[in-house]
Design a protein around this ligand. Structure first.
Ligand SMILES: Cc1ncc(COP(=O)(O)O)c(C=O)c1O
Length: 344
């Protein structure tokens, strides 16, 4: 049995997946009387279950082979499926570095996999003794590392992550949802080196199509096969596959918009830091800023009252709000509102 199969739940390894009608025939010109669709209409046919066209485009863009790509209904789907594939409910555990993205914990609870939280250090980075702590945990199947991290915004130390991948024999999931806002190289470059590595990216952030729900997972082909085995057969609708293909066609325009967001990020970082109520604006490699204020709960409520919704993260980082970088106009309105409150 391969290393990956021995990590996965035995029932998942041994099961036969649903075989969809479209898996058996890949041509276009044919009479399709196999899937009980309505013969009339424009979106009457089931979509390609393995999203070949889209994967071919992503493959060229990311320099990753199509067989190493899984596409999910958002990267949230990939997180849930990975926990489902590798964690025996009620027995196996997953680990995250907190504070981090809340869905890891939600998915761990849904799958009845205990979540171990190791706190990030004072610089919001992986603590020095992380590997030692990890080695002491039994039945640990997966570690999720979010970089750049949500909600803190910083990228986590590359050598700490490498040390974890090289010493931990379970699955290491690196969530790069915000990587397009960072200057750092993607972990996809390391894919060939590590069979236990899964990298998550998404079309929801820099690519600007959150409503379409398309997420990517890059990994060894054995992990990709397991993901394909467990997913719903037609997990990404035709409309959403098309939306992703279209946004890939507009790559230059998307890059321009990312640049504008980054310019706004540095403008907002400087302006927010000047306000009396703001104690700290943390460095960000993402499209949001985490700020520490004197009273986050109060400020959050005041902003809501004025029709501005930010994310109150004071329950996970004391007195902190997470502010997404909006358009120039939106950022200006937020800044003016904060300035007014600052002067009261
Ligand atoms: C770190 C992180 N990962 C994943 C996601 C979810 O992405 P998707 O829209 O692809 O499900 C988010 C969304 O906020 C996120 O912050």
């Amino acid at each position: 049995m391969s290393k990956i199969s021995s990590l996965a739940r035995p029932n998942i390894v041994s099961m036969t997946p649903y075989s969809s009608a479209r898996d058996e025939y890949s041509g276009e010109e044919a009479i399709f009387l196999d899937a009980n669709e309505n013969p009339y209409g424009t979106i009457n046919r089931y979509p390609d279950p393995l999203q070949k066209k889209l994967k071919d485009r992503i493959s060229k863009l990311k320099d990753v082979e199509p067989e190493n790509i899984f596409l999910g209904n958002g990267s949230d789907e990939a997180i849930d499926l990975l926990f489902r594939i590798f964690c025996v409910p009620g027995k196996d555990k997953v680990l995250t570095f907190t504070p981090t993205y809340g869905m890891y914990e939600v998915c761990s609870r849904i799958n009845d996999a205990e979540m171990i939280s190791l706190p990030l250090n004072d610089d919001f980075d992986i603590p020095d003794n992380a590997v030692e702590q990890i080695m002491r945990i039994d039945s640990l199947k997966a570690i999720v590392i979010c970089t750049p991290n949500n909600p803190t915004g910083n990228s986590l130390n590359t050598s700490s992550i490498t040390k974890i991948i090289e010493n931990f024999s379970g699955i290491v999931i690196i969530d790069e949802a915000y990587c397009d806002f960072s200057q750092n190289q993607s972990w996809t470059k390391q894919l060939k080196k590590y069979a236990n590595l899964v990298i998550l990216q998404t079309f929801s952030k820099a690519w600007g199509i959150a409503a379409a729900r398309v997420g990517m997972a890059f990994a060894d082909k054995e992990i990709i096969s397991l993901l394909n085995k467990v997913k719903y057969p037609y997990n990404i609708s035709l409309l959403n596959q098309k939306a992703a293909l279209e946004t890939l066609e507009r790559k230059t325009e998307v890059e321009e918009k990312v640049k504008r967001v980054l310019e706004q990020r540095s403008i907002m970082k400087r302006k927010l830091a000047e306000l009396n109520m703001v104690e700290k604006v943390f460095n960000s490699d993402a499209n949001f800023l985490l700020i520490k204020v004197n009273n986050a709960d109060k400020l959050y409520k005041e902003l809501v009252r004025m029709g501005i919704i930010v994310r109150n993260r004071s329950s996970v980082v004391m007195n902190c709000l997470r502010i997404t970088i909006g358009t120039e106009e939106e950022n200006e309105i937020l800044y003016k509102t904060l300035k007014q409150l600052d002067e009261q």
